[in-house]
Design a protein around this ligand. Structure first.
Ligand SMILES: [Mn+2]
Length: 246
């Protein structure tokens, strides 16, 4: 089986800087090259910097990436999306119109003699109580309902402010490393208790393949700095960096 995993693309509905535009261009060109190349593509969280689909409305700026994903799906590739901490308010558009299966927490699969687990990772960081409380609140049906009755332009500018403040919050390098250690710890626990032998995560934005006892932890990195993704072809893991036209 040919599997592609990517996460933390942080696609923005309003590109603000030259680097935002470059990231978007690289993402689109990568997705174009992926058409017909894989049997399964796992979008492992934070693909969109902010996602919401209203009853009759979607965010038009995401049309280019959605079009590419639809083309990948039409070419016999199963599309899976796990929620991240930036994209979790899905209302059926991706499933109905693009054919993407949504898995809010995690997705698992047996293929080529391996037991694979895919999850974004934001739930498994350590020393992150403040975020975990916020995560609970933001996912309450009441909060989602209130967001849905706002005019989309207003809702998005509000959402953008929230998303930006969470990104700019000053976190020391040491604390960041400590938090990310939770991802590896979670992977190790899943390898031991649930007998997965490949655990794919994102969230840390640090591309990594690490051998643990009994299995492998893989982090697909991000498309903000690294433009990294993971290929698992017939069970062989390859962490790659995308550059256009190569
Ligand atoms: Mn994340």
């Amino acid at each position: 089986m040919r599997i592609c995993v990517l996460s933390d693309v942080h696609c923005k509905y309003a590109a603000e800087t030259a680097s935002d535009r470059l990231n978007e261009e690289l993402t689109l060109s990568f997705l174009k090259e992926s058409i017909g190349k894989y049997d399964l593509m796992v979008l492992n969280g934070d693909i969109f910097d902010l996602w919401f689909d209203w009853k009759y409305t979607i965010i038009k700026q995401y049309f280019p990436i959605l079009r590419r994903l639809a083309e990948i799906g039409e070419n016999c590739c199963r599309l899976i999306l796990t929620s991240g901490n930036h994209d979790f308010w899905f209302n059926g558009f991706l499933k109905t119109y693009i054919g993407i299966e949504i898995h809010p927490e995690q997705f698992s699969l047996q293929a080529d003699g391996h037991k694979l687990l895919f999850t974004h990772g934001d739930l498994h960081t350590v020393n992150d109580l403040r975020y975990k409380i916020f995560r609970r609140i933001i996912r309450l049906p009441l909060v989602k309902g209130l967001f849905s009755i706002l005019h989309p332009d207003l809702a998005l500018s509000l959402g953008r402010r929230m998303s930006r403040s969470s990104r700019l919050r000053k976190v020391s390098h040491l604390l960041q490393t400590k938090k990310s250690a939770g991802l590896v710890r979670y992977a190790q626990s899943q390898i031991q208790s649930a007998k997965y032998d490949i655990v794919c995560m994102g969230h840390s934005h640090k591309p990594q393949v690490r051998e643990l006892s009994g299995g492998i932890y893989v982090n697909s990195g991000d498309w903000v700095v690294h433009h990294s993704y993971v290929e698992i072809i017939d069970g062989n893991i390859d962490l790659k960096t995308y550059s256009k036209g190569v």
